[in-house]
Design a protein around this ligand. Structure first.
Ligand code: GLA
Length: 504
């Protein structure tokens, strides 16, 4: 037990593990364990698809009680599908998974109403690994890998296509240079995507969701066909194809209207937001316009569920610290704008084997980030209630990368039902401290060492607006580590983090 009035543990990650890339996440047990958010939003009467995230040795048998008659369960794969109930209401489900090692239960509240994405979306996006080198095949493989790697068992669900799936006017490559649209104005995929409906059906059959990308401008950022003046057709086609998320990227829209007012900046998003709401499916709208005109202040009214707050993370210059830190610092101060169904998006998680946004032709390589930096990255994204989209290579997922992406307690912080983004408790040259209130009166705290040396980083109860004795749990190690009644602090390696959950 720690000394009387405070908890102060001196643990240096580097020394403890004596390795460069220590795996902190305990391996999942063979017995079932259901993960995932405790709330899920769907609009009344819309198609419904939810894969119960669950670790444990397969085969598993799932049961769900409280299921409305419009939904059915695939008991082998744990996939709920059908239509959401017709009327707005709350439906409490009790999920159960069993195998020969035991059973797991979890409550899931379906909130049938106008708000979708009650917790931040989780998935994979192709951009930072494959850039323009995408095809139907690649996304099928990514969906396979999301299940085979276990990522789906922790709640990752969107398999998202970014730019470059449409035609590219003027391209010398015949597979890209087909017609932009058909006779009815419907956007045409390029020759590398022969069957969009077949692709989303493939993804949906695994209980996963499909994401797509367009621009309100005539051309996307990579100069492929955009939605300008075809917004209604495109919204309809994306829904008919079966997509569940649209990333709508400003790109060439500046050639149409450069007026720097909120009204002008909102216009294309208001339009698409409205059109998506009219479709017969729930489609998460991600606004990608790099934070212009304080997008966080109006994106929810435009119909957006998430919005990029900054420029591209992959192009962010490294300072003394890698670029993701400066993106995080900009995003972290916007906590008041986040909540259920409305999330600040600081861009993707660039770890594992990943391409170089400044040189997209160079082959993907292992990230240069240290272990401490990768733990810090995932901790910040979780505490900031950011969408968790991995954008590394799904074909090269190593145990260390999966340990970063798939820690159920870290993800629980991100997916917490209260939907609060952490507030910045402290930011100095050397320290960054975030605190995220969680449902049930808990709080998650991230203590980040920004300096070049091991350093003691702590937060007092006054900093955290707490009183009384608290239990302290190390979230990465999934271990209770003591109690404290005045502060929590650790000696942390260069660019490393300790992330804890404090409870009564
Ligand atoms: C912009 C976006 C990126 C990516 C590319 C695609 O740069 O910010 O996230 O979608 O376009 O061209």
């Amino acid at each position: 037990m720690p000394p009387r009035s405070f908890l102060f543990l001196f643990i240096c990650l580097g020394v403890c593990f004596g390795e460069d890339f220590p795996i902190l996440t305990p391996p999942p047990s063979k017995a079932p364990r259901i993960h995932g958010a405790l709330v899920y939003g769907s609009r009344p009467g819309k198609p419904f698809l939810y894969r119960i995230p669950c670790t444990g040795e397969r085969p598993l048998t799932f049961r769900v009680s409280g299921l409305p008659p419009s939904l059915t369960l695939d008991p082998v794969n744990g996939i709920l599908s059908g239509k959401a109930p017709d009327q707005p209401r709350s439906v409490v489900l009790r999920l159960e998974a069993r195998n020969r090692h035991g059973k797991s239960e979890r409550r899931l509240e379906l909130r049938i109403g106008d708000t979708i994405s009650l917790t931040p979306p989780m998935g994979w996006n192709h951009w930072y690994t494959h850039y323009h080198g995408v095809s139907d095949q690649l996304f099928r493989q990514a969906a396979d890998a999301m299940v085979a790697s276990g990522m789906a068992d922790f709640g990752y669900s969107y398999v998202s296509i970014d730019d470059c799936w449409m035609s590219k006017p003027g391209s010398p490559d015949p597979s890209l240079n087909g017609p932009a649209r058909d006779a009815n104005g419907a956007i045409a995929p390029n020759g590398r995507f022969p069957d969009m409906k077949g692709l989303t059906a493939y993804i949906h059959a695994k209980g996963l969701k499909a994401g797509i990308y367009s621009s309100p401008g005539p051309l996307t950022c990579a100069k492929y066909t955009g939605s300008y003046q075809h917004e209604a057709e495109d919204a309809r086609v994306f829904a008919e194809w079966g997509f569940d998320l649209l990333k709508y990227d400003w790109c060439s829209y500046g050639t149409i209207d450069r007026t720097p007012t909120v009204a002008a900046r909102r216009k294309p998003y208001d339009l698409m937001g409205e059109l998506l709401k009219r479709q017969d499916r729930d489609i998460h709208l991600n606004l990608c316009q790099y934070g212009m005109s304080d997008v966080w202040k109006w994106a929810p009214e435009s119909g957006g569920q998430s919005w990029r707050t900054t420029g591209d993370l992959g192009l962010e210059k490294d300072t003394r610290l890698p670029g993701f830190y400066s993106i995080a610092f900009k995003n972290a101060v916007l906590s008041e704008y986040a909540g259920p169904g409305k999330w600040n998006d600081p861009d993707y998680i660039l770890i594992g084997v990943i391409g170089n946004a400044r040189d997209i032709k160079s082959p993907p390589k292992r990230t240069a980030l240290t272990a401490g930096e990768q733990y810090s990255y995932m901790s910040m994204w979780s505490l900031m209630a950011s969408p968790l989209f991995f954008s590394g290579d799904m074909g090269h997922l190593d145990p260390f990368t999966l340990n970063i992406l798939c820690n159920s307690e870290v993800i629980d912080v991100n997916q917490d039902a209260l939907g609060k983004q952490a507030r910045v408790v402290r930011r100095t040259e050397d320290e960054f401290v975030l605190a995220k209130p969680l449902a049930g009166g808990l709080v998650a705290v991230g203590l980040f060492n920004l300096s070049e040396q091991p350093r003691k980083v702590s937060a007092s109860w006054a900093d955290l607006h707490l009183t009384g004795r608290k239990r302290v749990r190390d979230v990465w190690r999934q271990k209770d580590i003591g109690t404290g009644d005045s502060e929590v602090g650790f000696t942390i390696e260069r660019h490393g983090v300790r992330m804890v959950r404090l409870a009564r």
